[in-house]
Design a protein around this ligand. Sequence first.
Ligand code: PLP
Length: 535
Amino acid sequence: MTVNQSGWKPTTPTAATSDGATTTGNRALMLEEPLIFEIGDSDSTGVDFGSYASGTSRIAGLERSTEIGLPGLSEPQTVRHYTRLSRQNYAIDLGLFPLGSCTMKHNPRLNEKVARMPGFADIHPLAPQESVQGALELIDTLAYWLITLTGMHGVAMSPKAGAHGELCGILAIRAALEARGDARSVVLVPESAHGTNPATAAFAGYKVENIPATSAGRVDLEALKARLEVGGPNCDVAAVMITNPNTCGLFEPEMKAISDAVHAAGGLVYCDGANFNAIVGKVRPGDLGIDAMHINLHKTFSTPHGGGGPGSGPVVMSEALSRFAPLPYVVKSGDGYRLVEEETAHAEGSDSFGRMVAFHGQMGMFTRALAYMMSHGADGLAQVAADSVLNANYLLRSLEDVLDAPFAHSGPCMHEAIFSDKGFAEGFSTIDVAKALIDEGFHPMTMYFPLVVHGAMLVEPTETESKANLDQFIVALRSIAERARAGDPALKTAPIYAPRRRLDETLAARKPILAYQTPAPDGAESGVGAELGGR
Ligand SMILES: *Cc1c(COP(=O)(O)O)cnc(C)c1O
Protein backbone atom coordinates (compact mmCIF):
# COMPACT_ATOMS: atom_id res chain seq x y z
CA MET A 1 0.00 0.00 0.00
CA THR A 2 1.51 3.36 -0.89
CA VAL A 3 1.41 6.16 1.57
CA ASN A 4 0.51 9.61 0.39
CA GLN A 5 2.45 12.73 1.32
CA SER A 6 0.49 13.57 4.43
CA GLY A 7 0.81 10.10 5.84
CA TRP A 8 -2.90 9.40 5.72
CA LYS A 9 -4.08 6.31 3.95
CA PRO A 10 -7.62 5.02 3.63
CA THR A 11 -8.23 2.03 5.82
CA THR A 12 -9.95 -1.06 4.65
CA PRO A 13 -12.15 -2.32 7.44
CA THR A 14 -10.33 -5.31 8.91
CA ALA A 15 -11.28 -7.78 11.58
CA ALA A 16 -10.03 -5.17 14.00
CA THR A 17 -12.37 -2.44 12.89
CA SER A 18 -15.26 -4.24 11.22
CA ASP A 19 -17.62 -3.34 14.02
CA GLY A 20 -18.21 0.36 13.66
CA ALA A 21 -15.36 0.98 11.20
CA THR A 22 -14.66 4.63 10.34
CA THR A 23 -13.05 6.04 7.23
CA THR A 24 -10.01 7.25 9.18
CA GLY A 25 -9.60 4.11 11.24
CA ASN A 26 -9.89 6.35 14.32
CA ARG A 27 -12.47 5.48 16.90
CA ALA A 28 -13.82 8.51 18.72
CA LEU A 29 -10.78 10.21 20.18
CA MET A 30 -8.72 7.02 20.10
CA LEU A 31 -6.50 7.78 17.13
CA GLU A 32 -4.91 5.33 14.74
CA GLU A 33 -1.25 5.90 14.05
CA PRO A 34 0.93 4.54 11.27
CA LEU A 35 4.63 3.86 11.73
CA ILE A 36 6.85 6.91 11.57
CA PHE A 37 8.35 5.55 8.33
CA GLU A 38 4.88 5.49 6.81
CA ILE A 39 4.24 9.13 7.70
CA GLY A 40 7.49 10.66 6.52
CA ASP A 41 10.16 9.57 4.09
CA SER A 42 13.80 10.42 3.70
CA ASP A 43 13.05 12.74 0.77
CA SER A 44 11.06 15.18 2.86
CA THR A 45 12.30 17.26 5.73
CA GLY A 46 10.68 19.16 8.53
CA VAL A 47 13.32 21.89 8.48
CA ASP A 48 14.61 23.94 5.55
CA PHE A 49 18.34 24.36 5.76
CA GLY A 50 19.94 26.96 3.54
CA SER A 51 22.77 25.73 1.37
CA TYR A 52 25.97 25.83 3.33
CA ALA A 53 29.39 26.93 2.19
CA SER A 54 31.74 24.00 2.17
CA GLY A 55 34.34 24.20 4.88
CA THR A 56 37.07 22.02 6.20
CA SER A 57 35.95 18.80 7.76
CA ARG A 58 36.84 18.43 11.38
CA ILE A 59 36.10 14.71 11.53
CA ALA A 60 38.94 13.51 9.35
CA GLY A 61 37.01 12.06 6.45
CA LEU A 62 34.55 10.20 8.63
CA GLU A 63 31.54 12.04 7.20
CA ARG A 64 28.57 9.91 6.21
CA SER A 65 28.61 9.42 2.48
CA THR A 66 25.21 7.76 2.08
CA GLU A 67 21.70 8.77 3.05
CA ILE A 68 20.83 8.00 6.67
CA GLY A 69 17.32 6.97 5.60
CA LEU A 70 15.38 8.56 8.46
CA PRO A 71 11.92 9.95 7.77
CA GLY A 72 11.82 13.74 7.69
CA LEU A 73 8.96 15.09 9.75
CA SER A 74 7.93 18.54 10.86
CA GLU A 75 7.77 19.35 14.54
CA PRO A 76 3.95 19.13 14.80
CA GLN A 77 3.97 15.83 12.90
CA THR A 78 6.60 14.47 15.27
CA VAL A 79 4.84 15.66 18.39
CA ARG A 80 1.53 14.18 17.27
CA HIS A 81 3.10 10.89 16.26
CA TYR A 82 4.62 10.26 19.66
CA THR A 83 1.70 11.68 21.60
CA ARG A 84 -0.73 9.42 19.74
CA LEU A 85 1.46 6.42 20.41
CA SER A 86 1.75 7.35 24.09
CA ARG A 87 -2.04 7.40 24.35
CA GLN A 88 -2.14 3.78 23.29
CA ASN A 89 -0.10 2.89 26.38
CA TYR A 90 -1.68 1.94 29.64
CA ALA A 91 0.03 3.43 32.67
CA ILE A 92 -0.20 3.48 36.44
CA ASP A 93 -1.31 7.13 36.16
CA LEU A 94 -4.41 5.92 34.26
CA GLY A 95 -5.68 3.15 36.45
CA LEU A 96 -5.17 -0.05 38.39
CA PHE A 97 -2.22 -2.07 37.12
CA PRO A 98 -2.47 -5.42 38.94
CA LEU A 99 0.65 -6.98 37.40
CA GLY A 100 1.64 -9.57 40.03
CA SER A 101 5.22 -9.44 41.33
CA CYS A 102 5.82 -6.10 39.60
CA THR A 103 4.39 -3.85 42.33
CA MET A 104 2.92 -1.25 40.01
CA LYS A 105 1.98 1.21 42.70
CA HIS A 106 1.47 4.95 42.55
CA ASN A 107 4.66 6.97 42.16
CA PRO A 108 4.25 9.91 44.55
CA ARG A 109 4.76 13.32 42.93
CA LEU A 110 6.74 14.49 45.95
CA ASN A 111 9.50 12.08 44.86
CA GLU A 112 9.50 13.70 41.43
CA LYS A 113 9.75 17.16 42.89
CA VAL A 114 12.76 16.22 45.00
CA ALA A 115 14.47 14.38 42.14
CA ARG A 116 14.17 17.49 39.98
CA MET A 117 15.96 19.75 42.46
CA PRO A 118 18.95 21.11 40.50
CA GLY A 119 21.44 19.99 43.16
CA PHE A 120 20.47 16.37 42.42
CA ALA A 121 19.24 16.57 38.84
CA ASP A 122 21.96 18.68 37.23
CA ILE A 123 25.10 16.99 38.48
CA HIS A 124 27.49 14.84 36.49
CA PRO A 125 28.99 11.51 37.57
CA LEU A 126 32.47 12.87 36.86
CA ALA A 127 31.98 16.06 38.89
CA PRO A 128 34.69 16.60 41.52
CA GLN A 129 33.59 14.82 44.67
CA GLU A 130 33.93 17.92 46.84
CA SER A 131 31.29 19.60 44.63
CA VAL A 132 28.69 16.81 45.05
CA GLN A 133 28.88 16.14 48.78
CA GLY A 134 25.10 16.41 49.11
CA ALA A 135 24.54 13.70 46.51
CA LEU A 136 27.06 11.40 48.17
CA GLU A 137 25.41 12.06 51.52
CA LEU A 138 22.05 11.13 49.97
CA ILE A 139 23.45 7.80 48.72
CA ASP A 140 24.96 7.16 52.15
CA THR A 141 21.70 8.03 53.94
CA LEU A 142 19.66 5.77 51.66
CA ALA A 143 22.20 2.99 52.22
CA TYR A 144 21.84 3.47 55.98
CA TRP A 145 18.04 3.13 55.84
CA LEU A 146 18.16 0.10 53.54
CA ILE A 147 20.54 -1.60 55.98
CA THR A 148 18.37 -0.58 58.92
CA LEU A 149 15.10 -1.76 57.36
CA THR A 150 16.60 -5.13 56.42
CA GLY A 151 18.78 -5.72 59.50
CA MET A 152 21.77 -6.42 57.28
CA HIS A 153 25.43 -5.39 57.51
CA GLY A 154 26.19 -3.61 54.24
CA VAL A 155 24.67 -2.66 50.91
CA ALA A 156 25.91 -2.47 47.32
CA MET A 157 24.10 0.50 45.80
CA SER A 158 25.23 0.31 42.18
CA PRO A 159 23.18 -2.56 40.62
CA LYS A 160 20.64 -1.18 38.21
CA ALA A 161 17.76 -3.63 38.47
CA GLY A 162 16.56 -6.62 40.43
CA ALA A 163 18.16 -9.05 37.99
CA HIS A 164 21.40 -7.06 38.10
CA GLY A 165 21.25 -7.20 41.91
CA GLU A 166 20.84 -10.98 41.77
CA LEU A 167 24.00 -11.17 39.70
CA CYS A 168 25.76 -8.91 42.20
CA GLY A 169 24.70 -11.15 45.10
CA ILE A 170 25.66 -14.39 43.39
CA LEU A 171 29.04 -12.97 42.31
CA ALA A 172 29.70 -11.88 45.91
CA ILE A 173 28.76 -15.39 47.07
CA ARG A 174 31.07 -16.91 44.50
CA ALA A 175 33.90 -14.58 45.60
CA ALA A 176 33.31 -15.53 49.26
CA LEU A 177 33.43 -19.24 48.46
CA GLU A 178 36.52 -18.85 46.29
CA ALA A 179 38.22 -16.84 49.04
CA ARG A 180 37.93 -19.87 51.30
CA GLY A 181 39.07 -22.17 48.51
CA ASP A 182 35.70 -23.86 48.29
CA ALA A 183 34.59 -24.06 44.68
CA ARG A 184 31.01 -25.34 44.62
CA SER A 185 28.95 -25.98 41.54
CA VAL A 186 25.23 -25.93 42.32
CA VAL A 187 22.63 -23.25 43.09
CA LEU A 188 19.22 -24.44 44.29
CA VAL A 189 16.16 -22.49 43.14
CA PRO A 190 12.47 -23.30 43.76
CA GLU A 191 10.36 -24.04 40.70
CA SER A 192 8.12 -21.08 41.47
CA ALA A 193 11.07 -18.66 41.18
CA HIS A 194 11.14 -15.69 38.85
CA GLY A 195 13.05 -16.61 35.69
CA THR A 196 15.85 -14.21 36.57
CA ASN A 197 16.90 -16.45 39.50
CA PRO A 198 17.94 -19.54 37.53
CA ALA A 199 19.21 -17.30 34.70
CA THR A 200 21.49 -15.45 37.14
CA ALA A 201 22.86 -18.65 38.65
CA ALA A 202 23.52 -20.12 35.21
CA PHE A 203 25.13 -16.88 34.01
CA ALA A 204 27.49 -16.97 37.00
CA GLY A 205 28.53 -20.48 35.96
CA TYR A 206 26.45 -22.59 38.36
CA LYS A 207 24.37 -25.63 37.67
CA VAL A 208 20.75 -24.93 38.63
CA GLU A 209 18.64 -27.50 40.47
CA ASN A 210 15.07 -27.20 41.69
CA ILE A 211 14.13 -27.13 45.35
CA PRO A 212 10.89 -29.09 45.75
CA ALA A 213 7.80 -27.30 47.04
CA THR A 214 5.11 -28.58 49.36
CA SER A 215 1.48 -28.78 48.29
CA ALA A 216 0.96 -25.65 50.37
CA GLY A 217 3.14 -23.73 47.88
CA ARG A 218 6.19 -23.33 50.11
CA VAL A 219 9.76 -24.65 50.15
CA ASP A 220 9.89 -28.29 51.29
CA LEU A 221 12.41 -28.00 54.14
CA GLU A 222 12.90 -31.74 54.60
CA ALA A 223 13.56 -32.27 50.89
CA LEU A 224 15.98 -29.35 50.93
CA LYS A 225 17.84 -30.81 53.93
CA ALA A 226 18.08 -34.16 52.18
CA ARG A 227 19.57 -32.49 49.10
CA LEU A 228 22.11 -30.57 51.22
CA GLU A 229 23.30 -33.80 52.79
CA VAL A 230 24.30 -35.25 49.42
CA GLY A 231 28.11 -35.32 49.45
CA GLY A 232 28.23 -34.82 53.20
CA PRO A 233 31.03 -32.46 54.21
CA ASN A 234 31.87 -31.97 50.52
CA CYS A 235 28.45 -30.55 49.78
CA ASP A 236 28.32 -29.05 46.25
CA VAL A 237 25.60 -26.47 46.98
CA ALA A 238 27.03 -22.95 46.76
CA ALA A 239 23.77 -21.16 47.49
CA VAL A 240 20.01 -21.28 47.55
CA MET A 241 17.96 -18.49 45.98
CA ILE A 242 14.62 -18.05 47.69
CA THR A 243 11.95 -15.41 47.21
CA ASN A 244 10.21 -14.31 50.37
CA PRO A 245 7.30 -13.68 50.29
CA ASN A 246 7.40 -16.16 47.43
CA THR A 247 5.88 -15.79 43.98
CA CYS A 248 2.75 -17.68 45.04
CA GLY A 249 2.13 -14.71 47.34
CA LEU A 250 2.99 -16.74 50.44
CA PHE A 251 5.42 -16.01 53.26
CA GLU A 252 8.07 -18.69 53.85
CA PRO A 253 7.67 -19.18 57.61
CA GLU A 254 10.58 -21.62 57.79
CA MET A 255 13.07 -19.17 56.29
CA LYS A 256 15.31 -19.16 59.37
CA ALA A 257 15.43 -22.95 59.45
CA ILE A 258 16.19 -22.96 55.71
CA SER A 259 19.09 -20.52 56.22
CA ASP A 260 20.43 -22.50 59.17
CA ALA A 261 20.39 -25.73 57.15
CA VAL A 262 22.16 -24.08 54.19
CA HIS A 263 24.78 -22.47 56.44
CA ALA A 264 25.38 -25.77 58.26
CA ALA A 265 26.11 -27.32 54.86
CA GLY A 266 28.59 -24.51 54.07
CA GLY A 267 26.38 -22.71 51.54
CA LEU A 268 25.04 -19.16 51.43
CA VAL A 269 21.52 -17.80 51.20
CA TYR A 270 20.33 -15.41 48.51
CA CYS A 271 16.88 -13.90 48.96
CA ASP A 272 15.01 -12.38 46.04
CA GLY A 273 13.62 -9.26 47.71
CA ALA A 274 11.30 -8.14 44.91
CA ASN A 275 8.35 -8.71 47.22
CA PHE A 276 9.78 -6.70 50.12
CA ASN A 277 6.83 -4.30 50.04
CA ALA A 278 4.75 -6.99 51.76
CA ILE A 279 7.04 -7.11 54.82
CA VAL A 280 8.86 -3.76 54.96
CA GLY A 281 8.85 -2.42 58.50
CA LYS A 282 7.57 -5.77 59.80
CA VAL A 283 10.28 -8.36 59.09
CA ARG A 284 14.06 -7.87 58.81
CA PRO A 285 15.63 -10.35 56.38
CA GLY A 286 18.86 -10.12 58.40
CA ASP A 287 17.03 -11.85 61.25
CA LEU A 288 16.20 -14.74 58.93
CA GLY A 289 19.83 -15.60 58.21
CA ILE A 290 19.93 -14.16 54.70
CA ASP A 291 23.35 -13.35 53.20
CA ALA A 292 22.31 -11.22 50.25
CA MET A 293 19.04 -9.73 48.99
CA HIS A 294 18.27 -7.24 46.27
CA ILE A 295 15.69 -4.57 46.81
CA ASN A 296 13.88 -3.28 43.75
CA LEU A 297 13.65 0.43 44.54
CA HIS A 298 11.27 0.58 41.55
CA LYS A 299 8.88 -1.78 43.28
CA THR A 300 9.02 -1.47 47.06
CA PHE A 301 10.15 2.15 47.14
CA SER A 302 7.81 3.44 44.43
CA THR A 303 10.27 4.72 41.84
CA PRO A 304 8.66 4.71 38.38
CA HIS A 305 9.14 1.68 36.13
CA GLY A 306 7.35 -0.19 33.38
CA GLY A 307 8.14 2.40 30.74
CA GLY A 308 8.34 5.24 33.24
CA GLY A 309 11.89 4.98 34.44
CA PRO A 310 14.92 2.78 34.98
CA GLY A 311 15.22 0.13 37.65
CA SER A 312 17.52 0.25 40.64
CA GLY A 313 18.44 -2.84 42.62
CA PRO A 314 20.67 -2.25 45.65
CA VAL A 315 21.82 -5.47 47.35
CA VAL A 316 21.95 -5.71 51.13
CA MET A 317 24.56 -8.12 52.45
CA SER A 318 25.41 -10.00 55.63
CA GLU A 319 28.64 -9.52 57.54
CA ALA A 320 30.09 -12.62 55.85
CA LEU A 321 29.52 -11.15 52.42
CA SER A 322 29.85 -7.36 52.67
CA ARG A 323 33.60 -7.22 52.08
CA PHE A 324 33.11 -8.83 48.66
CA ALA A 325 30.65 -6.14 47.51
CA PRO A 326 31.31 -4.37 44.21
CA LEU A 327 32.97 -1.01 43.71
CA PRO A 328 32.33 1.85 43.93
CA TYR A 329 30.90 2.65 47.35
CA VAL A 330 30.53 5.74 49.50
CA VAL A 331 32.46 6.13 52.75
CA LYS A 332 32.14 8.88 55.28
CA SER A 333 35.31 10.26 56.79
CA GLY A 334 36.00 13.24 59.05
CA ASP A 335 36.00 15.78 56.21
CA GLY A 336 33.01 14.51 54.26
CA TYR A 337 31.95 11.76 51.86
CA ARG A 338 34.15 9.92 49.42
CA LEU A 339 33.39 7.51 46.58
CA VAL A 340 35.82 4.59 46.77
CA GLU A 341 36.55 3.76 43.14
CA GLU A 342 39.78 1.80 43.12
CA GLU A 343 40.77 -1.60 44.42
CA THR A 344 43.92 -0.04 45.89
CA ALA A 345 41.90 2.44 47.87
CA HIS A 346 40.18 -0.36 49.76
CA ALA A 347 39.87 -0.28 53.43
CA GLU A 348 41.74 -3.04 55.19
CA GLY A 349 39.97 -6.39 54.91
CA SER A 350 37.90 -5.45 51.89
CA ASP A 351 37.95 -7.83 48.97
CA SER A 352 35.59 -6.53 46.26
CA PHE A 353 34.75 -8.85 43.39
CA GLY A 354 35.03 -5.89 41.03
CA ARG A 355 32.74 -3.39 39.40
CA MET A 356 29.31 -3.81 37.77
CA VAL A 357 28.56 -0.37 36.37
CA ALA A 358 30.51 2.65 35.13
CA PHE A 359 29.41 4.99 37.90
CA HIS A 360 27.61 4.76 41.22
CA GLY A 361 24.12 3.60 40.18
CA GLN A 362 20.77 5.28 39.52
CA MET A 363 21.04 8.65 41.27
CA GLY A 364 17.58 9.79 40.22
CA MET A 365 16.04 6.65 41.69
CA PHE A 366 18.06 6.95 44.91
CA THR A 367 16.63 10.44 45.33
CA ARG A 368 13.06 9.29 44.76
CA ALA A 369 13.40 6.25 47.03
CA LEU A 370 14.81 8.30 49.89
CA ALA A 371 12.07 10.91 49.45
CA TYR A 372 9.53 8.08 49.65
CA MET A 373 11.10 6.62 52.79
CA MET A 374 11.36 9.95 54.57
CA SER A 375 7.83 11.04 53.68
CA HIS A 376 6.45 7.73 55.01
CA GLY A 377 8.57 7.36 58.13
CA ALA A 378 8.91 4.08 60.02
CA ASP A 379 5.19 3.87 60.81
CA GLY A 380 4.22 4.76 57.26
CA LEU A 381 6.41 2.02 55.79
CA ALA A 382 4.95 -0.60 58.12
CA GLN A 383 1.54 0.66 57.00
CA VAL A 384 2.58 0.10 53.36
CA ALA A 385 3.17 -3.58 54.13
CA ALA A 386 -0.08 -3.90 56.06
CA ASP A 387 -2.18 -2.21 53.37
CA SER A 388 -0.62 -4.15 50.48
CA VAL A 389 -1.46 -7.40 52.28
CA LEU A 390 -4.95 -6.22 53.22
CA ASN A 391 -5.77 -5.22 49.63
CA ALA A 392 -4.56 -8.55 48.21
CA ASN A 393 -6.59 -10.53 50.75
CA TYR A 394 -9.66 -8.44 49.96
CA LEU A 395 -9.31 -9.48 46.31
CA LEU A 396 -8.60 -13.11 47.20
CA ARG A 397 -11.68 -13.46 49.41
CA SER A 398 -13.90 -11.51 46.98
CA LEU A 399 -13.04 -13.74 44.04
CA GLU A 400 -12.30 -17.20 45.40
CA ASP A 401 -15.88 -18.39 44.77
CA VAL A 402 -15.58 -17.71 41.02
CA LEU A 403 -11.84 -18.24 40.47
CA ASP A 404 -9.93 -21.25 41.74
CA ALA A 405 -7.46 -20.05 44.39
CA PRO A 406 -5.01 -22.95 44.77
CA PHE A 407 -3.40 -21.82 48.02
CA ALA A 408 -6.36 -20.13 49.68
CA HIS A 409 -6.61 -23.09 52.04
CA SER A 410 -3.10 -22.30 53.37
CA GLY A 411 -4.44 -19.11 54.97
CA PRO A 412 -4.20 -15.46 54.04
CA CYS A 413 -1.91 -14.41 51.20
CA MET A 414 0.70 -11.70 51.40
CA HIS A 415 0.66 -8.78 48.92
CA GLU A 416 -0.58 -10.76 45.91
CA ALA A 417 -3.33 -13.28 45.26
CA ILE A 418 -2.94 -16.22 42.94
CA PHE A 419 -5.70 -17.89 40.92
CA SER A 420 -5.75 -20.71 38.37
CA ASP A 421 -7.87 -21.52 35.31
CA LYS A 422 -9.38 -24.61 36.96
CA GLY A 423 -13.15 -24.62 36.45
CA PHE A 424 -13.16 -22.74 33.14
CA ALA A 425 -15.19 -24.28 30.33
CA GLU A 426 -13.36 -26.52 27.88
CA GLY A 427 -11.13 -24.43 25.58
CA PHE A 428 -11.08 -21.35 27.83
CA SER A 429 -7.90 -20.19 29.48
CA THR A 430 -6.21 -17.40 31.34
CA ILE A 431 -5.45 -15.50 28.14
CA ASP A 432 -9.20 -15.04 27.53
CA VAL A 433 -9.62 -13.50 30.96
CA ALA A 434 -6.65 -11.19 30.40
CA LYS A 435 -7.93 -10.00 27.02
CA ALA A 436 -11.41 -9.36 28.40
CA LEU A 437 -9.91 -7.30 31.23
CA ILE A 438 -8.44 -4.99 28.58
CA ASP A 439 -11.96 -4.32 27.29
CA GLU A 440 -12.99 -3.46 30.83
CA GLY A 441 -10.17 -0.87 31.01
CA PHE A 442 -7.70 -2.73 33.20
CA HIS A 443 -4.17 -3.82 32.52
CA PRO A 444 -4.18 -7.61 32.81
CA MET A 445 -2.62 -9.37 35.77
CA THR A 446 0.56 -11.45 35.44
CA MET A 447 -0.35 -14.57 33.45
CA TYR A 448 1.00 -18.11 33.42
CA PHE A 449 3.51 -17.26 36.17
CA PRO A 450 4.56 -18.82 38.48
CA LEU A 451 4.81 -22.02 36.48
CA VAL A 452 3.76 -24.19 39.42
CA VAL A 453 0.14 -23.06 39.06
CA HIS A 454 -1.78 -24.09 35.93
CA GLY A 455 -2.98 -21.06 33.99
CA ALA A 456 -1.76 -18.84 36.81
CA MET A 457 -3.22 -15.38 37.33
CA LEU A 458 -1.08 -13.46 39.80
CA VAL A 459 -2.86 -10.33 40.98
CA GLU A 460 -1.07 -7.63 42.95
CA PRO A 461 -3.34 -4.69 43.68
CA THR A 462 -0.70 -2.81 45.75
CA GLU A 463 -1.48 -0.63 48.73
CA THR A 464 -2.16 2.53 46.74
CA GLU A 465 -5.54 1.39 45.38
CA SER A 466 -8.67 2.55 47.13
CA LYS A 467 -11.47 0.20 48.12
CA ALA A 468 -13.63 1.78 45.39
CA ASN A 469 -11.02 0.92 42.74
CA LEU A 470 -10.69 -2.62 44.05
CA ASP A 471 -14.48 -3.06 44.05
CA GLN A 472 -14.70 -1.97 40.41
CA PHE A 473 -11.92 -4.39 39.47
CA ILE A 474 -13.62 -7.21 41.39
CA VAL A 475 -16.92 -6.64 39.60
CA ALA A 476 -15.15 -6.74 36.23
CA LEU A 477 -13.08 -9.82 37.01
CA ARG A 478 -16.05 -11.65 38.54
CA SER A 479 -18.14 -11.18 35.44
CA ILE A 480 -15.29 -12.31 33.18
CA ALA A 481 -14.62 -15.37 35.37
CA GLU A 482 -18.29 -16.29 35.19
CA ARG A 483 -18.21 -16.02 31.39
CA ALA A 484 -15.09 -18.23 31.28
CA ARG A 485 -16.81 -20.85 33.44
CA ALA A 486 -19.93 -20.72 31.27
CA GLY A 487 -17.88 -20.88 28.06
CA ASP A 488 -19.24 -17.63 26.57
CA PRO A 489 -17.90 -17.69 22.97
CA ALA A 490 -17.76 -13.86 22.88
CA LEU A 491 -14.94 -14.06 25.43
CA LYS A 492 -12.77 -15.66 22.77
CA THR A 493 -13.01 -12.52 20.61
CA ALA A 494 -11.87 -10.08 23.32
CA PRO A 495 -10.50 -7.48 23.23
CA ILE A 496 -12.93 -5.76 20.93
CA TYR A 497 -12.22 -2.17 21.98
CA ALA A 498 -8.41 -2.19 21.97
CA PRO A 499 -6.45 -0.57 19.11
CA ARG A 500 -5.25 -4.07 18.19
CA ARG A 501 -6.96 -7.35 18.93
CA ARG A 502 -5.34 -10.76 19.27
CA LEU A 503 -1.98 -10.76 17.60
CA ASP A 504 0.12 -13.81 16.95
CA GLU A 505 2.17 -13.34 20.11
CA THR A 506 4.28 -16.44 19.55
CA LEU A 507 5.32 -15.26 16.11
CA ALA A 508 5.99 -11.78 17.45
CA ALA A 509 8.21 -13.20 20.21
CA ARG A 510 10.00 -15.76 18.07
CA LYS A 511 10.45 -13.76 14.89
CA PRO A 512 10.36 -10.11 15.88
CA ILE A 513 10.88 -7.67 13.02
CA LEU A 514 12.83 -4.88 14.60
CA ALA A 515 13.75 -2.83 11.54
CA TYR A 516 11.31 -1.20 9.15
CA GLN A 517 10.95 -2.97 5.85
CA THR A 518 9.85 -0.92 2.87
CA PRO A 519 6.66 -2.31 1.39
CA ALA A 520 7.12 -4.52 -1.64
CA PRO A 521 6.77 -2.47 -4.89
CA ASP A 522 3.77 -4.46 -6.19
CA GLY A 523 1.75 -3.14 -3.32
CA ALA A 524 1.79 -6.46 -1.50
CA GLU A 525 1.84 -5.97 2.25
CA SER A 526 5.10 -6.63 4.01
CA GLY A 527 6.65 -5.64 7.30
CA VAL A 528 5.43 -5.86 10.84
CA GLY A 529 1.72 -5.57 10.22
CA ALA A 530 1.66 -8.29 7.60
CA GLU A 531 3.84 -10.62 9.65
CA LEU A 532 1.55 -10.31 12.61
CA GLY A 533 -1.53 -11.05 10.62
CA GLY A 534 -2.94 -7.60 10.05
CA ARG A 535 -2.66 -4.35 11.95
C1 PLP B 1 10.69 -8.04 39.27
C2 PLP B 1 11.27 -9.27 39.81
C3 PLP B 1 12.61 -9.63 39.56
C4 PLP B 1 13.52 -8.89 38.61
O1 PLP B 1 13.64 -7.55 38.89
P1 PLP B 1 13.97 -6.49 37.73
O2 PLP B 1 14.14 -5.22 38.47
O3 PLP B 1 12.81 -6.52 36.80
O4 PLP B 1 15.24 -6.95 37.06
C5 PLP B 1 13.09 -10.76 40.18
N1 PLP B 1 12.32 -11.52 40.97
C6 PLP B 1 11.03 -11.22 41.21
C7 PLP B 1 10.22 -12.09 42.13
C8 PLP B 1 10.45 -10.09 40.64
O5 PLP B 1 9.17 -9.80 40.86
